[in-house]
Design a protein around this ligand. Structure first.
Ligand code: IPD
Ligand code: CA
Ligand code: CA
Length: 300
């Protein structure tokens, strides 16, 4: 008996050490710097969250708010990265594009879930991705209110803090929990979305709309959501989260399963089985605008 107990505890110990060792190997220098930048932004966000009532807010467009916190967090991220990588390009939600033809381009959403943040609803994140020669290489999604750090480097897996994460292995959409985002600024696709929503309600165990697309994707990577879809997101909402999903063994595609998602922002993500079933549910609702137009242009 004691022999068995000893073997069991050694196995537990070994698997813990393995995750920790993998985490150290996983920490590519560029990822380490992205984490440093995300944590600096997180400190600014956490401090400001103590008194959201006093934050200065501007409306960019209908239902599109930006606060001084979004700007301060983005400045902190760009300054941190620019200090180490003066030749890199940037696509930042608040400061726009800079040298996007550079070999390495950082894609930044300093505060994903601004509406939640301004209401004191603690579901928001910092999202930073690195695209090198057109390929996503590094990803950080940081939830500052829970101190949850999701990271991935292409080919090295996805992690939550120092633990490896994987997408769920739930096989049936009918028992899946799916994240989504509602249209709330541009209502062009609202009726189409409501059709999708109705069919998803009928074909799943439940839908959730937490309000930070980057975190929704991180939750798919962690296996907490089995899938996610949303129409018309921006690059900075999805770049980091998508790499997390792929490195956790999941699939990311547009509504027809193709690669246009990074440009169109029409995105589906999930474990491989749920992903395929989500495409089937979405298919009858696809207007021309939501099909893989870009892909069609390339193959013509
Ligand atoms: C928004 C959030 C939200 C999604 C919106 C995004 P923001 O980002 O990700 O979940 O539904 O489409 O624009 O504006 O808070 O950075
Ligand atoms: Ca966003
Ligand atoms: Ca934002």
């Amino acid at each position: 008996m004691p022999h068995i107990v000893l073997r069991l505890s050694l196995t537990t110990l070994t698997s813990e050490v393995d995750d920790g060792q993998q985490w150290k190997i996983h920490m590519h220098p560029m990822l380490t710097n992205a984490v440093k930048a995300a944590r600096r932004a997180g400190t600014i966000i956490n401090r400001a969250s103590q008194d959201v009532g006093s934050i200065k807010v501007h409306s960019k467009n209908y239902n599109d708010f930006v606060s001084e916190v979004d700007h301060a967090a983005e400045r902190a991220i760009i300054e941190t990265l620019q200090e180490v990588y003066p030749d890199h390009g940037f696509i930042g939600e608040e400061s726009g594009n800079d040298r996007t033809d550079a070999e390495h381009v950082w894609i930044i959403d300093p505060l994903d879930g601004t509406t939640n943040f301004l209401h004191g609803f603690e579901q928001y994140s910092v999202s930073i991705a690195l695209m090198s020669r057109g390929q996503l290489e590094q990803a950080v999604v940081y939830d500052p209110s829970r101190n949850d750090l999701f990271t991935a480097t292409r080919g090295r897996g996805a992690f939550l803090n120092d633990k490896r994460i994987r997408v769920s292995n739930r096989a049936k959409l009918q028992s899946a929990m799916i994240g989504t985002g509602f249209p709330f600024r541009d209502f062009k696709h609202l009726d189409t979305y409501l059709g999708m929503f109705k069919d998803m309600i009928k074909n799943t165990a439940g839908l959730r709309r937490p309000g930070s697309a980057a975190l929704d994707l991180a939750y798919v990577a962690a296996g907490w959501f089995d899938g996610f879809w949303e129409i018309g997101l921006s690059k900075w909402d999805i770049a980091a989260g998508a790499l997390l999903v792929q490195e956790a063994g999941g699939i990311v595609g547009d509504f027809e399963g193709n690669e246009t998602w990074i440009d169109t922002g029409n995105i589906v993500a999930g474990n491989p089985k749920v992903f395929a079933q989500m495409l089937q549910v979405l298919a009858p609702h696809l207007t021309d605008d939501l099909k893989s137009k870009y892909q069609a242009v390339i193959t013509e």
